[in-house]
Design a protein around this ligand. Structure first.
Ligand SMILES: Nc1ncnc2c1ncn2[C@@H]1O[C@H](COP(=O)(O)OP(=O)(O)OP(=O)(O)O)[C@@H](O)[C@H]1O
Ligand SMILES: O=c1ccn([C@@H]2O[C@H](COP(=O)(O)O)[C@@H](O)[C@H]2O)c(=O)[nH]1
Length: 242
């Protein structure tokens, strides 16, 4: 049975180990990023030096249910949801200098230049009090991924892929139908962009979890909740990323 004294002792030991590991991390230097995800997680979780905490990515085709599932994970696990698409739409509304360019790209289902999206994500993380984020609908391509990692220094390892057929995505989006890009012509363009540019970057994340997103919302949530619960129990959701 854990009691208060044991927790204090554990904290003191943890700080002691942290000092050793911070030293080790300095020794690893550049090669830190080439350590296995688990080794990095272990170093990170003990070193306590990171400015930004845990980042999970929700990726999948247009209308595969990423946003829907994020909402429920936020409620149960205390994450802040950052939808790259929502941030871009908010930027248009704010009257930013990039607004017209972003609007045109979205209408065509094209991918907005990485520097714009990464800057919006970075700002949203910096402005948040939370240190646990779910980034939804990003990265869309290899350039997005590289730019995010270069600018933020974060290499996300927790990736949920919402796998869904084109027919299912069309059906889901048909019922939504509230956005400039929720028409059948643009939905198909978005799907093609997803297959050509986004799928390869999803495959880059070897530790991704694939979810059958074509099932009813409640069933998908059960699967997602199980993944989060297991990772929460093992402390993985608390690991930070240097
Ligand atoms: N498993 C599901 N079964 C039926 N409908 C669903 C399912 N998941 C989501 N939907 C519905 O499909 C629509 C799109 O869902 P959602 O916005 O969550 O997808 P998304 O992947 O975030 O889409 P986008 O990439 O366009 O932002 C919504 O109307 C949502 O209610
Ligand atoms: O990282 C991103 C995210 C989105 N876009 C553009 O926005 C639309 C809509 O995105 P949703 O995720 O479906 O809300 C998408 O088709 C792209 O045009 C982007 O360029 N980069």
């Amino acid at each position: 049975m854990i009691n208060e004294n044991m927790v204090e002792l554990a904290d003191r030991d943890r700080r002691h180990i942290a000092l050793v590991l911070v030293g080790l991390q300095e020794l690893f230097g550049e090669s830190f990023q080439s350590l296995s995800p688990l080794a990095r997680c272990l170093l990170c979780t003990i070193c306590d030096q990171c400015a930004i905490g845990f980042i999970g990515l929700f990726v999948g085709g247009p209308g595969s249910g990423k946003g829907t599932q994020c909402t429920t994970v936020v409620e149960h696990f205390g994450f802040t949801h950052l939808s790259a698409g929502d941030l871009l739409r908010e930027d248009i509304k704010s009257g930013s200098a990039n607004g017209t360019m972003i609007q045109n790209m979205i209408k065509e289902g094209k991918i907005v230049p990485s520097e714009v999206t990464v800057k919006l994500l970075q700002l949203a993380m910096q402005e948040s009090d939370n240190d646990k984020f779910l980034i939804d609908g990003f990265p869309r391509n290899e350039e997005n991924r590289a730019a995010f990692e270069n600018v933020t220094g974060i290499v996300p390892e927790f990736v949920l892929f919402f796998d869904c057929s084109e027919e299912e995505m069309e059906k889901f989006n048909f019922w939504a139908g509230t956005r400039v890009d929720d028409n059948i012509e643009t939905i198909r363009k978005r799907f093609n962009v997803f297959v050509e540019s986004s799928l390869p970057v999803i495959e880059h994340y070897r530790s991704r979890e694939k979810i059958d997103a074509g099932k009813p919302i409640e069933d998908v949530f059960k699967t997602v909740k199980n993944i989060f619960t297991v990772n929460d129990i093992f402390g993985i959701l608390h690991f930070t990323v240097c």
